[in-house]
Design a protein around this ligand. Structure first.
Ligand code: IPT
Length: 975
């Protein structure tokens, strides 16, 4: 009979602060070319219990009856395979904080797999180390049995754990049993801002270890930029020989050899194939020669300071969670390379090891972060923080060692990071000391200690532009140590929802001050979970009692890996070639740190009113990094039509690369030749009453009493009226903890989402219809005196809107423009910024040109619906049978739902198209910023409430629908 006390002892390891027992010491991860391996991924039997001790361990015995057990795919998370639910919290622990205790309700998954050894598997050695069983990632704590023998248990979810199993193996019918607990003492160290997803989520592999196998080795490959030589030394547990045929290297392990080499960099990731041959096995090596150093207060690689244009990457797949396959990892790397990203911080744990192989191969700088975060202790003033409690130090050192030992042979890894948001404490110092000792060839990063006690770089997150500039200029306070270090923004530009705004402003600072060595956007991908009813689910969608909503969707990619406008913007802002110029000549600057421009060629197009009238290529000199040259553009074609002319110059790949084909655009610029030509209209038509309460002015039909426009030619409209509201973005709403003013809540408090339109007068004179109104919310004396003045030349209709704020406006406006409803519209064509959305501080990537889209494709699918889709700088647009010209240029938004519906929606599936297409023709919009976790929009991007005027010219297109159909919607300008 089992007693409660006996069971408590049997599961005591779950709440033990120690990293585990029975595992082998950590070592490098490698794939042998001749030692056998057997993947144990695939279908496993699975049983879920509510508590750690609900079932005894008899399931681990060979012959256990698993009838009635489920099937589960490994790698995978059981909560994404129909057993239990995911939980999302940002930093709060979803259980009482009483370290190292965890709740009695502790979902526990028993996993079982029976396997045979392949016929050619070598007969098990009897020296006790003939085979190793490796787990690449299990959340959060596992106990493992093979053929009924308990091997041990481990914690450290995103770290490898190995057991020696040689003598236990049988040719057939091996029973591997793994008991996985969702919560353990280790959970206190794994409070990263992400879904809590238990399970065996990375590979399980059986590796043969022949006698005399390499076991562990350390490739030291440095580069001396002064003489162009590389020095290679491979230290191996088991002595052997190291060969690199391309370099004529053939030396014993442990012996350094220096030869001329081509160095490795993220821009030119040159790898040499080599081989480590020990008595028992042959291990392929991929050697990248590079030297990382702190020189004169800067992070240098191969003697050159590096500017990091980085992203924070969590592992994410909308169906499989953190169980990523190689193709998904490759997709991430390719998307990064194609968007000019040159660096990744592996927030906040070492990634699947294959990802680092891809970084070596394609070229990305990596900050490899340890699996450590104790952020939830901030809720109690960091009291009891494990990183400042010596009892936990072995667990911390274990995590540091498992990170460094596994990944030490990757040239892409240039910094080690101790973890994220873990406060400060002796445990971190112990980790840093150990890492510095074990691998002095790389730098150590940690953001959470603002004294920089343990680190080689001064790192911050979400510092605003002004503070970053002060740091760049050396005017920051803080410890002397910090002030002498180079500066990184390990997180900035929170990419939640629409945004981030202000990227270009950060980049200007990074480029202006040497000490600022760039940053890492938060974050790469939205962690939305594919959901049958909701599209993509976020926190709270699984009934969690504690959650942080859509804060988990803050990436540059949507959950399905479609790039968001934020990524397009980032690509433009960080492009490695600057293309500027004045009429007649173009200036090209190489902003790479290492590569010259020989891989690129230049194309040009001469465009008038967005139409290309001539195009060609320009010779591009192989400029060295930081060099710049002025190149003459050809003479504009003599027969070019009159209109708004400009040059569009692109730097494109001259030939195929491993990450993008020839012709892929790396950078571009536009050089204006002539100015925008505003529409001109001579008011000749007169407002004419037509009985039935109708007034006609040129092509416009109006309600004579209210002055509301009802049709333009044959196109029926819901009358245009002033609109200042937008469905607030995550950045408008801001984060609850932000002390600063957050405009989303202020706007709502002021009632800008419920303004009313008071009709004061409808006047017609000889050539104009004038409608005077006051637009204002209840309970406030704030208002906007708004005058609509209509004129026409008989063919076209011009609306001039004048707005005069009344009262003490202390907040900016969300938008300022008109909204008008059309009964139908599908295809949209415009001349202006495109192809994607652009707001005042997110508009760098908007290219002036002629664009086409459907109304549906104008929508940006932010996981939580919010303001989106504005096309900026529009000169004219055609849709729904109308041509609309702006004076000055305007922002165009068109949707099949109202702003109110967009504002009320919590998921995309809440939005269903209505009968009316709503157009927003905006004179101006408020900026975006990144206040969902950072600074709001900078003051120049605020839309201040001040007197404004703008005009729009409407004309019916030749082919209009037959007879007006009346769009439905709120009546306009009712008193
Ligand atoms: C910062 C975290 O490091 C990161 O994991 C993520 O939570 C991000 O914020 C916000 O999405 S911590 C921040 C609250 C200061």
């Amino acid at each position: 009979m089992r007693t409660a006390a006996a069971e408590a002892t049997a599961t005591a390891y779950v709440e033990d602060v120690s990293p585990g027992s029975g595992t082998l010491p950590p070592r490098a991860r490698y794939t042998s070319s001749d030692a056998k391996s057997l993947s144990l991924n695939g279908s496993w039997r699975f049983r879920l219990s509510d508590t750690a001790d609900a079932e005894d361990d008899s399931f681990a015995e060979p012959g256990h009856d698993t009838d009635g057990w489920a099937e589960l795919t490994v790698p995978g998370h059981w909560v994404l395979q129909g057993h239990g639910s995911p939980i999302y919290t940002n930093h709060r622990y979803p259980f009482p904080v009483d370290p190292p205790r965890v709740p009695t309700e502790n979902p526990t998954g028993d996993h079982l797999r029976v396997f045979d050894l392949p016929g050619d598997w070598p007969v098990p050695d009897d020296d006790g180390c003939g085979a190793v069983l490796r787990f690449d990632g299990v959340e959060s704590c596992a106990r493992v049995w093979l053929n009924g023998t308990c091997l041990g248990e481990f914690k450290g979810s995103r770290l490898p754990h190995e057991f020696a199993v040689g003598p236990l193996l049988r040719p057939a019918g091996n029973v591997l049993a793994v008991r996985v607990h969702q919560w353990s003492a280790g959970s206190y160290l794994e409070d990263q801002d992400q879904w809590w997803l238990p399970g065996i989520f990375r590979d399980v592999t059986l590796l043969h270890q022949p006698r005399g196998c390499a076991r562990d080795f350390f490739v030291h490959a440095s580069y001396d930029h002064r003489d162009g030589t590389g020095t290679l030394r491979v230290d191996s547990d088991v002595a052997g020989r190291v060969t690199v045929p391309a370099l004529g290297i053939d030396v014993p392990t442990g012996e350094p050899v220096t030869v001329p080499v081509t160095p490795w960099s993220a821009e030119e990731p040159h790898l040499y194939d080599g081989l480590l041959a020990t008595e028992g096995e042959r291990v392929p090596l991929r050697v990248g020669f590079r030297t990382v150093k702190l020189s004169d207060g800067l992070i240098t690689v191969n003697g050159t300071p590096v500017l990091f244009k980085g992203v924070n990457r969590h592992e994410w797949h909308p169906e499989r969670g953190r169980a990523l396959d190689l193709e998904t990892m490759r997709e991430d790397v390719l998307l990064m390379k194609r968007h000019n990203v040159n660096a990744v911080r592996t927030s906040h744990y070492p990634p699947h090891p294959d990802f680092l192989d891809l970084c070596d191969e394609y070229g990305l700088w990596v900050i490899d972060e340890c699996d450590l975060e104790t952020h939830g202790f901030t809720e109690q003033g960091w009291r009891d923080n494990p990183v400042d409690d010596d009892r936990w130090t072995p667990a911390l050192l274990d995590r540091a060692a498992r990170t460094v030992e596994r990944d030490k042979n990757h040239p892409s890894v240039v910094l080690w990071s101790l973890g994220n948001e873990a406060g400060t404490g002796r445990g971190l110092t112990a980790m840093a000391e150990w890492i510095h000792g074990r691998d002095p060839s790389r730098l150590v990063h940690y953001e959470g200690d603002h004294t920089c006690r343990d680190t080689d770089v001064h790192s911050r997150m979400y510092a605003d532009h002004a503070e970053v500039e002060r740091i760049g200029r050396g005017l920051d306070g803080g410890t002397r140590k910090c002030r002498e270090l180079p500066f990184l923004l390990c997180e900035y530009a929170h990419a939640m929802g629409n945004g981030p705004g202000g990227l270009a402003d950060y980049q200007r600072l990074f480029e202006a001050h040497a000490r600022l060595q760039g940053g890492f956007v938060w974050e790469w991908i939205d962690h939305g979970i594919a959901h049958p009813e909701l599209g993509f689910a976020y926190g709270g969608d699984f009934g969690e009692e504690l959650h942080d909503g859509n804060f988990v969707c803050d990436g540059l990619l949507f959950p399905d890996r479609r790039p968001s406008p934020g990524l397009t913007e980032f690509k433009k802002v960080i492009e490695p070639v600057a293309i500027t110029g004045t009429d007649g000549s173009v200036r090209v600057t190489n902003k790479y740190d290492f590569a010259d421009l020989s891989a690129l060629r230049l194309t040009w197009a001469y465009q008038v009113d967005g139409e290309t009238v001539a195009s060609g290529t320009l010779p591009l000199p192989a400029l060295a990094p930081r060099e710049s040259a002025g190149l003459d553009l050809p003479a504009p074609p003599p027969d070019a039509p009159a209109g708004e002319a400009l040059w569009t110059v692109r730097a494109v790949l001259a030939s195929d690369t491993p990450w993008a084909p020839e012709g892929h655009v790396v950078a571009w610029g536009q050089i204006p030749v002539s100015e925008t030509r505003p529409p001109y209209l001579t008011p000749t038509a007169r407002p004419t009453p037509h009985g039935d309460g109708v007034l006609v002015l040129g092509p416009g039909t109006f309600d004579a009493r209210t002055g509301a426009l009802t049709a333009i030619g044959g196109v029926a409209v819901v009358a245009p009226r002033l609109d200042v509201w937008r469905a607030t973005t995550d950045n408008d709403d801001g984060a609850a903890w932000q002390p600063e003013r957050r405009f989303g809540p202020l706007w709502r408090r002021l009632g800008l989402h419920r303004v009313r339109h008071r009709l004061d007068a409808v006047e017609h004179t000889d050539h104009a219809l004038t409608v005077r109104t006051r637009v204002a919310p209840a309970a406030s004396d704030l208002g906007l005196r708004t005058v609509y003045r209509w004129t026409s030349d008989g063919q076209r209709l011009r609306l001039t809107v004048s707005v005069a704020p009344e009262g003490d406006w202390t907040v900016p406006l969300p938008r300022l423009g008109i909204r008008i409803g059309l009964s139908s519209a599908d295809r949209v064509e415009w001349f202006g910024g495109g192809p994607g959305e652009a707001y005042p501080d997110t508009g760098a990537a908007a290219e002036l040109g002629r664009w086409q889209s459907t109304v549906d494709d104008l929508q940006t699918p932010y996981v939580r619906p919010q303001e989106n889709g504005a096309r900026a700088g529009v000169r004219w647009a055609e849709l729904g049978g109308l041509r609309i010209e702006g004076d000055p240029v305007f922002s165009l938004t068109a949707r099949r739902w109202t702003t109110e519906q967009l504002d009320a929606a919590t998921h995309r599936t809440d939005l269903s198209p209505g009968d009316t297409v709503w157009l927003h023709l905006d004179h101006a919009l408020h900026g975006i910023g990144s206040q969902s976790c950072g600074p709001g929009p900078l003051p120049p991007y605020h839309l201040r409430a001040e007197p404004a005027g703008f005009s729009l010219v409407f004309s019916p297109l030749p082919t209009t629908p037959t007879g007006p159909t009346t769009p439905t919607g709120p009546p306009a300008l009712t008193g």
